[in-house]
Write a protein that binds this ligand. Structure first.
Ligand code: SAH
Length: 268
């Protein structure tokens, strides 16, 4: 059989937030390459015979550099395997799906990209924060905190971002001081509500609420584990009434693997 790569969004944390298509393709893969944000229960959904390869990249601790991961995907597809590349959240949101797909395209190999529920969308709403709200927020932006000001080559226009009603900052905990300072310097009000959602959608989810001005100090005391998302904007105040999620309610009920064994879901 000829090989193909599937770049699959695994969803933001709890295993059953993967899409139905993503799960079906995962179940028929010969090789699964996954990173550290992927729920362990999802790996159990791959066929017992599937080869599982951890290629995770934790902060400052790159298990395999991106080029090596890309080479690995290309090599397995060339060898005729169905490769599931499972990525946390959505594969194209700070997930290197673009680089991996480009390498496959240049090698003339077939691939499919399966969107996923990004933590940028899921973390806020699991904390009761709607990203848009009539009369309060008509736009939101998702930005990486890595490119916070102070870095020599920040490619991020923080002054422009300060004017967007709702901001979602990924990978921002390490640079929280610089991020909040830049938004304040650009004129965002100090009392703007802010929240950090740690390990969103899982049984470990924790939410820290503060303001743009007080968040860096609040975080120092709270000592929240990563991964975490920072949300800034008036919509954060709605979470006082909309905080619906009880982490203890996370449980995962998947169909047993053999209910799908032998079926082909790759209809393309
Ligand atoms: N492709 C992923 C993002 C990868 S960048 C997605 O769409 O979600 C990694 C960053 O995502 C982390 O630094 C953190 O900011 C965020 N993140 C991922 N999973 C998270 C979770 N369960 N809770 C909070 N933040 C999360």
């Amino acid at each position: 059989m000829s090989g193909k790569a599937y770049l699959i969004g695994a969803g933001p944390g709890r295993a059953d937030l993967i899409t139905v298509r993503g799960l079906n393709l995962l179940r028929q893969a010969d090789v699964v390459l996954y990173d550290w944000l992927v729920a362990p229960q999802l790996l159990e959904q791959a066929a017992p015979s599937a080869e599982r390869i951890f290629v995770g990249k934790a902060h400052d601790k790159h298990t395999l550099e991106q080029d090596a991961i890309t080479d690995l995907i290309v090599a397995h597809v060339r060898a005729g395997r169905q490769v599931a590349r499972l990525k946390g959240g959505d594969p194209s949101v700070f997930g290197h799906a673009g680089e991996e797909a480009l390498a496959l395209a240049e090698a003339g190999l077939p691939f499919e990209i399966v969107p996923g529920v990004s933590s940028a969308l899921a973390a806020p709403i699991y904390a009761g924060i709607p990203l848009t709200y009539r009369g309060v927020s008509t736009a939101f932006a998702v930005v990486t905190g890595h490119e916070a000001p102070g870095k020599n080559h920040s490619g991020t226009d923080w002054a422009a971002l300060a004017r967007i009603p709702t901001l979602v900052v990924l990978m921002g905990l390490h640079r929280i001081n610089a991020v909040c300072a830049a938004l304040l310097a650009a004129g965002r009000l100090p009392e703007t509500p802010a929240a950090i959602i740690s390990r969103a959608t899982t049984s470990d989810q924790r939410v820290l609420r503060a303001t743009l001005a007080t968040m860096p100090e609040a975080l120092r005391h709270a000592n929240l584990p990563t991964p975490a998302v920072l949300v800034i904007g008036e919509v954060v105040a709605l979470s006082e009434q909309l905080d619906w999620f009880a982490p203890a309610m996370v449980e995962v009920g998947f169909l047993p693997f053999d209910t799908l064994a032998g079926r082909r879901w790759d209809d393309s």
